[in-house]
Design a binder for this molecule. Structure first.
Ligand SMILES: CC(C)(COP(=O)(O)OP(=O)(O)OC[C@H]1O[C@@H](n2cnc3c(N)ncnc32)[C@H](O)[C@@H]1OP(=O)(O)O)[C@@H](O)C(=O)NCCC(=O)NCCS
Length: 208
């Protein structure tokens, strides 16, 4: 989408928006499929160290089958509340097509009228710290701003989630707010941090 088109549509997202595959230097981002169900036993989302800070509905702690079914259906954005979930595959280095799923990453429409989009991510601990979440998130931010016409993309995270906060920093997001004791999880109150990135900050990261 050109900036002129974006300006014309200011305050509105380019809906409907269909999911598609994305390729980055080391990764393939593809819509989550039913075949992903077959790998549930080794699903990284079952691990307590992975789900510790997860709050949003698509990553329920127990991840019952119907949830994953619901997630798989989330592949077309038409209205507020819709989301796109991408399985992130690490491309094989031997030229084969035997790619390994190392995480997932999502975009969801929070307000079409105000062009507000939420981003979320979960990666397998075996690959943490290798830059893959950063690489995937950058690709998805480009989709959000260039194709979907987002004005602001934000992430909500447990305020204690240092890895996620660091990822937000790397992406150029600003810590906009801390919502004190917004979540009650396993008997404890947790603060929630909101990080946001505006379209103009995405286009000119060092301008402000
Ligand atoms: C948040 C998460 C996606 C980051 O994934 P990742 O693959 O480690 O990310 P990257 O390799 O791209 O690294 C991003 C930055 O985070 C840093 N980081 C990674 N793990 C960290 C940790 N435990 N504590 C502090 N910083 C950490 C990396 O060092 C890197 O910063 P640097 O470039 O300055 O070194 C991953 O930790 C995760 O899936 N966590 C569990 C699920 C979760 O909490 N999701 C977020 C819900 S809002």
């Amino acid at each position: 989408m050109t900036s002129e088109t974006t300006a014309t549509r200011a305050g509105l997202l380019a809906l409907p928006f269909e999911t598609r595959e994305l390729a980055t230097e080391h990764l393939r981002l593809r819509p989550l499929t039913r075949a992903d169900l077959e790998h549930r036993s080794e699903n990284y989302q079952k691990r307590s160290d992975v789900v510790r800070y997860l709050r949003w509905e698509a990553h329920d702690h127990e991840e019952p089958a119907e949830n994953l079914e619901k997630r798989i259906a989330l592949e077309r954005l038409t209205r507020n509340g819709d989301g796109l979930i991408f399985a992130v595959e690490l491309c094989a280095t031997d030229g084969s097509t035997d790619h390994r799923v190392i995480g997932d990453i999502s975009l969801s429409v929070k307000s079409d009228r105000d062009a507000q989009v939420e981003i979320g991510w979960v990666f397998h601990p075996a690959v943490h710290g290798r830059g893959f979440a950063t690489e995937a998130a950058k690709a998805l931010l480009a989709v959000a701003f260039d194709e979907l016409g987002a004005h602001r993309v934000y992430a909500e995270l447990d305020a204690a989630n240092e890895a996620s906060a660091r990822l937000c920093d790397i992406l150029g997001m600003t810590r906009e707010a801390t919502l004190r004791e917004r979540d009650h999880v396993d008997g404890d109150w947790h603060d929630v941090a909101i990080f946001g990135l505006l379209e103009r900050e995405f286009r000119a990261p060092n301008a402000e």
